[in-house]
Design a protein around this ligand. Structure first.
Ligand code: ATP
Ligand code: MG
Length: 426
């Protein structure tokens, strides 16, 4: 049996990394007073068509949409921002707070061609800062992204930023760009030719060499930015300079979602090959209003966890700490009598593996050795009748008989809470 194309199981050894990333996000975001939010994976399709935009790749060809039994048009969320914006409106979160700061980590779904760093079910860590139009908010969210990457020992990334202005400025620019590109229509790559009709701005981030050559002499979006847009952008640049966050201004950078305005940014890592963007974000001042909420200027980003893992995984050494105690039983009476022992172990936070097969002591001991525990408790008819426990020290090849009262004291020297951890090894 195979998993569906573009989906993956995350097994126990990988979970360590996921937990580490989750904990890092929790720690950094909490410092900045961002709160975790979990929105449903299922949303009405209209949420995404309205927010992401009909002429985008996501809505055009990547959404997992279906009609449910109640004839509703449903989509598995392809990204998190629209859902957070919807939740902000649904729960009237704007009533008490002037600014709302959220973070999330969860699965997203896009029907794309699977390849390294590109899956159909993938995970995004994202933050959204709702309620501030100030460049300070853009600076804060970018700073948080860099802090998280640093905590994950990722330093060799590049931050690219751009301003895509407001809608009016973009429309003006777009018509000029169109006039220019029409002249080279036949030389553009196929995707860009299609985009001429419905999303010409996206041509700017075409990877095609010939298209890029043509774009070199195209009018620049920067020339069409008004005073406000320019000021917002230069203030953000000043903040980044003040924080010593390095960045490149990439005038070709436009994001694939319609709801962005002013700031757009991406964080790239060249260790990733062609799927080199780990984080993408920007400002979306009109999104919440367009979904029926109050005017709420906002900014945020999303990071692809699978891509992040491709880079940071080899910087960490997973350590699996085994349970210390193995519990072997023989016979019904023994099985009935072990529960007070488990109570004691739980209370003392001593980890254990209870053998769940009905095998001989010999076989159970073999399994305890294989698992690498240092102690095995044996409870059979003799132990039940005499109200004691046989304790076997597997490494020392010794054993002794103790009472239930003595158990915890005896085990305490060996106790180690069962935990799985990661250590950083470079
Ligand atoms: P790309 O250009 O790589 O398709 P995108 O612009 O569609 O990215 P966003 O919607 O901005 O991506 O999502 C933010 C981040 O989520 C990306 O930078 C990437 O790390 C991750 N991501 C997006 N799509 C996928 C996918 N199909 N599989 C794995 N990660 C993804
Ligand atoms: Mg994409």
């Amino acid at each position: 049996m195979q998993t569906l194309r573009g989906t993956k199981d995350i097994l126990a050894n990988e979970i360590l990394f996921w937990r580490y990333i989750y904990n890092t996000a929790l720690q950094v975001c909490s410092l900045y007073n961002y709160h975790e939010i979990q929105t449903p994976i299922l949303e009405l399709t209209s949420l995404f068509t309205k927010s992401i935009g009909n002429d985008t790749d996501i809505v055009n060809k990547e959404m997992y949409s279906f009609i449910d039994q109640g004839q509703r048009n449903i989509t598995l969320r392809p990204e998190g921002t629209a859902s957070v914006a919807r939740s902000f409106i649904t729960n009237k979160l704007y009533i008490n707070n002037s600014s709302n700061k959220f973070w999330y980590l969860g699965p997203m779904f896009r029907y794309e061609r699977p390849q390294s760093g590109r899956q159909r079910q993938f995970h995004q860590l994202g933050i959204e800062c709702l309620g501030s139009a100030e460049p300070l908010a853009d600076a804060e969210v970018i700073r948080i992204a860099t802090k998280i990457l640093h905590q994950l020992k990722l330093r060799n990334y590049k931050l690219e930023i751009n301003s895509i202005g407001n809608l009016e400025e973009r429309q003006k620019y777009q018509s000029e760009l169109l006039i220019y590109l029409e002249k080279y229509k036949r030389d553009l790559d196929k995707d860009s030719q299609k985009r001429l009709k419905n999303n010409p701005l996206r041509i700017l981030d075409s990877k095609d060499v010939k298209t890029q050559e043509i774009l070199q002499k195209a009018p620049s979006l920067q020339m069409y930015l008004g005073k406000e847009s320019q000021k917002h952008f230069s203030t953000l640049c000043n903040y980044l300079d003040a924080m010593d966050i390095e960045y490149n201004i990439n005038e070709q950078l436009v994001r694939g979602l319609d709801y962005y305005n002013y700031t757009a940014f991406e964080i790239k890592c060249n260790e990733l090959g062609s799927q080199d963007t780990i984080c993408g974000g920007g400002r979306y001042d009109c999104l919440i209003k367009s979904l029926g909420g109050p005017d709420t200027a906002s900014v945020g980003w999303a990071m692809g966890i699978e891509r992040l893992l491709l880079i940071v995984k080899n910087r960490f050494q997973p350590i699996q700490i085994k349970p210390n105690i193995y519990i072997a039983t023989k016979g019904m009476q023994a099985k009935l009598s072990i529960w007070p022992i488990l109570d004691l172990l739980e209370e003392a936070q001593i980890s254990f593996e209870l053998d769940l097969q009905n095998n001989s002591f010999q076989k159970q001991l073999k399994k305890a050795n294989k698992l690498g525990t240092s102690i095995c408790l044996l409870i059979g008819d003799d132990e039940v009748n005499n109200n004691n426990i046989t304790i076997k020290y597997l490494k020392e090849h010794k054993q002794k008989i103790i009472s239930l009262n003595e158990l915890i004291q005896e085990l305490q020297k060996y106790s180690r809470t069962y935990q799985q951890t990661l250590t950083i090894h470079r």
